[in-house]
Ligand binder design. Structure first.
Ligand SMILES: [Ca+2]
Ligand SMILES: [Ca+2]
Length: 213
């Protein structure tokens, strides 16, 4: 599904610094039952922890290298397709090692999603991580919450496409911060944040998201 490179990107406001690739580390939340229409009502705890902003970089290779603490390293000229394959191969290798061993291992942060400012996986990219390294795999926490895209320099009202990784294959994206307003459920990936069945269009409107296994 990734056929274009970042070499021919349109000019975007985020490009002023030339750093188009930003890392953000999310935290899981404990909840009883998930109601996508009112997620906050299902929480055991009163507040959702704030994500940690990990900084922005000039290339996807650099952002992922630093975000995964060197676990995923690619040549600087790696294509978007090669990056996608490398992330999925690394996930599979970790799952196989889980099956082969019951010993706890120290993991690097796992990419659970990549969001893009443009449609069709183009533009500025934001890399969402689980710091524990398990994501929504069987041994992982199964859910991650991002309550406010406008906080900590993260681009608000800009998301237009998104890809899920590490078993966090359901992404609920919300129109407003704190999981309010209209939402769209994304399964695995979507090239445009638009639901043809309901007519809901959240392109350039998303302000919070929940990532579920
Ligand atoms: Ca956008
Ligand atoms: Ca919004």
């Amino acid at each position: 599904m990734f056929t274009r490179s970042h070499a021919d990107l349109p000019v975007h406001a985020q490009e002023d610094s030339g750093k188009l690739h930003c890392n953000v580390f999310l935290r899981p939340v404990s909840f009883d039952s998930f109601d996508p229409n009112n997620p906050l009502a299902s929480l055991n705890e009163a507040t959702v922890p704030r994500p940690t902003f990990g900084g922005c970089y000039k290339t996807q290779v650099e952002a992922i290298h630093i975000g995964t603490e060197g676990a995923i390293s690619l040549p600087n000229d790696a294509t978007q397709s090669e990056v996608d394959q490398a992330i999925r191969q690394y996930e599979r290798a970790l799952l196989l090692s889980d099956d082969a061993s019951t010993e706890a291992v120290t993991r690097s942060p796992a990419i659970i999603a990549i969001g893009y400012s443009g449609r069709n996986y183009q533009g500025a990219a934001w890399y969402y991580y689980d710091p524990s390294g398990y994501g929504c795999t069987p041994a992982g926490p199964q859910n991650f919450w991002f309550p406010d895209y406008s906080a900590q320099g993260f681009p608000n009202d800009d998301l237009e496409s998104i890809v899920a990784y590490a078993g966090c294959n359901t992404i609920n994206v919300y129109e407003h911060v704190s999981f309010a307003g209209q939402y769209i459920r994304v399964d695995n990936y979507v090239a445009s944040i638009y639901d043809p069945y309901t007519g809901v269009d959240l392109n350039n409107k998303v302000s919070s998201s929940i990532h579920l296994g």
